[in-house]
Design a protein around this ligand. Structure first.
Ligand SMILES: *[C@@H]1O[C@H](CO)[C@@H](O)[C@H](O)[C@H]1NC(C)=O
Ligand SMILES: *[C@@H]1O[C@H](CO)[C@@H](O)[C@H](O)[C@H]1NC(C)=O
Ligand SMILES: *[C@@H]1O[C@H](CO)[C@@H](O)[C@H](O)[C@H]1NC(C)=O
Ligand SMILES: *[C@@H]1O[C@H](CO)[C@@H](O)[C@H](O)[C@H]1NC(C)=O
Ligand SMILES: *[C@@H]1O[C@H](CO)[C@@H](O)[C@H](O)[C@H]1NC(C)=O
Ligand SMILES: *[C@@H]1O[C@H](CO)[C@@H](O)[C@H](O)[C@H]1NC(C)=O
Ligand SMILES: *[C@@H]1O[C@H](CO)[C@@H](O)[C@H](O)[C@H]1NC(C)=O
Ligand SMILES: *[C@@H]1O[C@H](CO)[C@@H](O)[C@H](O)[C@H]1NC(C)=O
Ligand SMILES: *[C@@H]1O[C@H](CO)[C@@H](O)[C@H](O)[C@H]1NC(C)=O
Ligand SMILES: *[C@@H]1O[C@H](CO)[C@@H](O)[C@H](O)[C@H]1NC(C)=O
Length: 318
């Protein structure tokens, strides 16, 4: 009896102490909020109510620790304190669509349980921190819509659990590190609206990739043929680059699930692939504003699912 009481005493002291660590981490975040126009947290995050009842906070019952922090769309302005790195039971950290700025403190690298990180649509700047590579359980990694610049550090691609990576709408440049080829179970990759110049060749080795979005960069030259060999692809977005090769005639041969080819606003040239009709799942075929020539293959007409066909501003004839 005595032992059991002792056990609970120790156990509960531990969890209270730890939950209070989470509480002080969140209060440190609250102290960094300079504007909360919708009064989402300034009055709600009060020490008079338990942390687990605070808005945007979800606790895991097993450990009685904060497991989810989702303060997306709260309209907050502020910066991120190092103390947020003390919430070591966090599995999801979502700050999407606020106005957080500054840099991301290295202490966030302690959040080893994180599976989902979304800092999308904020004002973070600087290089993407390489410590993201130590979050080995990360499955979803969203930094879209910030002002991250420089090239992507290779260390980020140390996270082999990654399934979704969205770095679009930043100012990233350079070439993509070869280590991106380590993301073998990646399903969705969004790098659009940056300044990348080289097509990341290693991408062609992914065999689970469904979404490849490289639109509106400065990609030059040709599309590596291996890209058209990724049979898992559903959407291929290349609009708005400076790609200037021709397309392989058998482009559909290894893409049984492809639904969207977004190729407009490049300098693709040569004849339109004669075998496009083989992409029977196609919903969107956008080839406008290129330099294709020759005739438009009539059998495009048997792509019965097609919802959008854009061929304008080329040199084709019917
Ligand atoms: C804080 O917000 C939560 C969720 O909206 C609500 O259930 C709770 O009552 C609020 N607490 C206070 C003190 O306003
Ligand atoms: C986070 O909150 C936003 C806004 O309330 C919601 O749309 C989104 O689904 C939430 N994310 C998760 C993973 O629950
Ligand atoms: C939390 O983190 C800060 C800064 O990283 C540190 O100074 C503090 O001692 C940590 N621990 C607790 C229990 O708040
Ligand atoms: C962010 O949220 C605001 C409203 O809170 C909305 O006006 C704006 O369009 C959103 N931005 C994005 C990129 O979703
Ligand atoms: C890479 O991940 C392993 C474990 O998944 C970790 O031990 C190592 O520190 C990470 N390396 C970097 C550079 O983040
Ligand atoms: C990628 O994988 C190779 C081979 O397994 C390994 O040597 C390299 O360190 C990895 N790179 C990163 C950034 O994880
Ligand atoms: C595409 O895959 C086929 C076999 O599936 C292989 O023979 C060919 O070399 C691959 N092409 C490229 C460019 O990877
Ligand atoms: C594509 O552009 C490069 C310069 O970026 C040029 O060297 C090459 O000749 C062009 N190729 C074609 C087929 O137009
Ligand atoms: C388009 O292709 C024609 C040949 O078919 C070539 O003469 C012309 O220079 C090309 N235009 C551009 C902008 O690449
Ligand atoms: C589409 O056109 C091709 C070439 O003309 C033909 O071989 C194929 O059977 C047609 N497919 C359908 C579903 O009509």
């Amino acid at each position: 009896m005595e032992r059991i009481t002792w056990f609970f005493l120790v156990y509960c002291c531990c969890c209270v102490a730890s939950l209070s660590t989470d509480e002080s981490g969140l209060l440190a975040l609250k102290a960094r909020i300079t504007s909360d126009p919708q009064n989402m947290i300034l009055t709600n995050w009060s020490t008079t109510t338990p942390v687990c009842n605070w808005v945007g906070v979800t606790c895991a019952s097993r450990h009685l620790r904060v497991a989810v922090l989702n303060i997306s769309y709260f309209g907050l302005t502020g910066t991120i304190p190092p103390e947020l790195g003390n919430l070591t039971f966090l599995v999801e950290l979502q700050l999407t669509n606020n106005s957080f700025s500054g840099t991301l403190p290295v202490e966030l690298a302690h959040l080893h349980r994180l599976k989902l990180v979304s800092f999308g649509y904020n004002n973070f700047k600087g290089e993407i921190p390489s410590w993201f590579g130590s979050l080995s359980k990360l499955e979803t990694f969203n930094l879209f819509g910030n002002q991250f610049s420089g090239s992507i550090p290779a260390a980020v691609f140390n996270v082999s659990a990654l399934q979704v990576m969205d770095l679009s709408y930043n100012q990233l440049s350079g070439s993509t590190p070869r280590a991106i080829g380590n993301l073998t179970i990646l399903k969705e990759l969004y790098l659009s609206y940056n300044n990348f110049e080289e097509f990341p060749t290693e991408i062609g080795t992914f065999d689970q990739l469904e979404m490849l979005d490289l639109e509106f960069n400065s990609l030059k030259g040709h599309v590596p043929l291996s890209v058209f060999n990724m049979s898992s692809l559903i959407t291929l977005g290349l609009t708005g680059n400076s790609l200037n090769s021709s397309l392989p005639d058998n482009i559909c041969q290894h893409l049984p699930f492809i639904q969207g080819f977004y190729f407009s606003r490049n300098q693709f040239n040569g004849a339109l692939p004669s075998q496009l009709w083989q992409c029977q799942q196609l919903l969107v075929l956008s080839l406008s504003r290129n330099n294709f020539s020759g005739t438009i293959p009539r059998n495009i007409g048997n792509l019965t699912h097609l919802q959008l066909l854009e061929l304008g501003f080329n040199n084709c004839t019917v």
